[in-house]
Design a protein around this ligand. Sequence first.
Ligand SMILES: Nc1ncnc2c1ncn2[C@@H]1O[C@H](COP(=O)(O)OP(=O)(O)OP(=O)(O)O)[C@@H](O)[C@H]1O
Length: 298
Amino acid sequence: MITVDSLSKKYGGRTVVDNISFTARAGRVTGFLGPNGAGKSTSMRMMVGLTRPNSGNATISGRRFADLPNPGLEVGVMLDASAQHAGRTGREVLTLAQQMIGLPTRRVEEALDLVSLTETDANRRVGGYSLGMRQRLGIAVALIGRPSVLILDEPANGLDPAGIRWMRDLLRDYADDGGTVLLSSHLLHEIEVIADDIVMIGGGRIVSQGSLAELLRAAGSIVRAQDPDALERALSGSGFVTTRSEDGSLRSDADPTTVGLVARESYLALIELRTAEGGLEDVFLQLTSDTEREGRAA
Ligand SMILES: Nc1ncnc2c1ncn2[C@@H]1O[C@H](COP(=O)(O)OP(=O)(O)OP(=O)(O)O)[C@@H](O)[C@H]1O
């Protein structure tokens, strides 16, 4: 588990992380989502003791990163996959991590296997790796000590669609085995397909957090009814805002379950009912544009 408690960071008098608090739970993938410059990397750096917060603190499995006796056994971190020394081979990078943590040498081969880096890849210098291969190596370094917590900054950067699917499966299995995963992204689709919980950040502040299902519910619904006028009346009578599209469907700010219940109460037949398209993207753009407006006005 990762607990972030009222973390703030200022650079040159400018607050770039503003009093953020959240918990990333065991057995869940938590997506840390925000546009460029929102403060995701700074927050993650504070969690792993690389940047000193102005106030607040973060703990990993109940302890501050600096107090972990052998951090590599507790938390796997990948903040910048390109930060590895370009002149070292992938195997050398992993061997250094294995020795630093004090693991048996076989963990190097196991970690390579885990991220599907071949023998030939492992013996090449990192400088010649594609970005996708660097991401795989970075994830291997993070996983080598079998930690129970993973903190990954934009791990899907540079991966092709097959690579993204691979990473998604790897992180899903890791969380299903009880691990805690916190991963950042500015790509909504990436988060939407992998995360159980979402922490949305904009302008250094948390603008929304909750389970993916809860946030999607906020996106509203698209519904087609046999009698759209009657459904429109029923929904507005229940306090929901409904708009009619040219194709006759209705868009409502009520979530699909609520729309279904309202329709049932009025004995109305529905032909189609789903979450409004755009889903998380709509919620995200709406929430982060609000904070940006506030930021500019302040
Ligand atoms: N060392 C630093 N000195 C001064 N300003 C910094 C420093 N590090 C980050 N910032 C600023 O803090 C803000 C947040 O940056 P951060 O890298 O945390 O955002 P991010 O959400 O990770 O964005 P991205 O997706 O672009 O990496 C930015 O405006 C950035 O310019």
